[in-house]
Design a protein around this ligand. Sequence first.
Ligand code: NAD
Length: 375
Amino acid sequence: PIVGVIREPTPGERRVCVTPDAVGRIRSATSAEVVVQSGSGAGALIADDDYRKAEAQVVDTAAEVFDKADVIVCLDPPAPGLLRAGQVLVGMLSPLSAPESMADLAGRGVTAISLDMLPRTLSRAQSMDVLSSQANIAGYKAAVLAADNYGRYFPMLTTAAGTSTPATVLILGTGVAGLSAIGTARRLGAVVTAYDVRPQSRGEVESLGAKFLTLESVASAAGEGGYARALTDDERAAQQRELNEHIGRFDVVITTAKVPGKRPPLLVTADALDRMKPGSVVIDMAAGPLGGNVEGSVPEETIKRGDVLVVGAGNLPSEMAPAASQALGRNVSAVLTHLLGDGDLEFDLSDEINAGIVITHQGAVTHPAIAAALA
Ligand code: NAD
């Protein structure tokens, strides 16, 4: 088969999900050839010639890629009308929030494979885990962004001009991004405290040298598959009240809390922001069009509330496109090796990884959760 890579369709997206290294791995592990649209790697500082050296074919237009390729790989999906029956689309398709577009792809005979549906706790799937690789990078970048926006030092520094006290940092939500932010803030010398509704994360937080904040309002909201469940209205209100008492003690707050398929929980209220000291910085990694973890945060914008900065994170992995693309290349080549190792485009849905990521196949929506959402 031929694997095709197009320039990412979303404006501002600088990552590419197949790097020249990944081309090499795909070509050696499968019988596939790779065709790349010219300029696909530019945002990640990868030249067309780098792809040619890896023996990919570089073509001028996306249309040529769609024409030649059997498998199209991307982050955000292209318009469905560009795909044809029998083609395989591999990308971050968010099928849970867009089940109708999955039905559309099935109707067109396109096999849709969604990288964000990977069963993440399977150890043999870990090298394929795009959500984790990108959340790791985002967490690192969020901590660096916080340090950059903070007008004092993160570390304790002793100089001839005196000694600085270390910054106190609170991380809310300790999944992959939160743990990465903890590690980075610690490496910069901050004193870090972290909180999650999954009490199991305490051990991970403490092993990174941070203190776990225990709240009395919500004992545990561990949900399925290692994710959190949404809180009830009462739990949410109690959690906010309790957090309001703590947040003002910290110089920096980084929020990462998400619940699959739901709007992110509001953890830092306007009241909490008003209790923070002048110069405090809040980074909302969950900021999105429907709101984030911090009241009033706006994605890609920095808002001043009194003397507190509220930074709505945008696409942080894209801001580190070279590193993020390198990780994506690893993940995607592992996925393609798994899918195409036997050389055909019929996917065995009894395989646990395929059962998670294959959303549509042979004209039907095969994924049970997406089929149920459409019923
Ligand atoms: P995520 O992005 O869905 O959420 C981030 C964090 O927010 C989670 O830790 C969640 O518990 C927390 N959260 C949700 N609501 C909250 C609230 N009201 N208050 C405070 N915190 C709240 O999560 P993720 O980073 O994708 O990771 C989810 C889980 O998957 C974790 O348990 C992680 O360890 C696990 N995981 C396991 C593997 C593996 O086993 N290989 C790989 C990746 C992730």
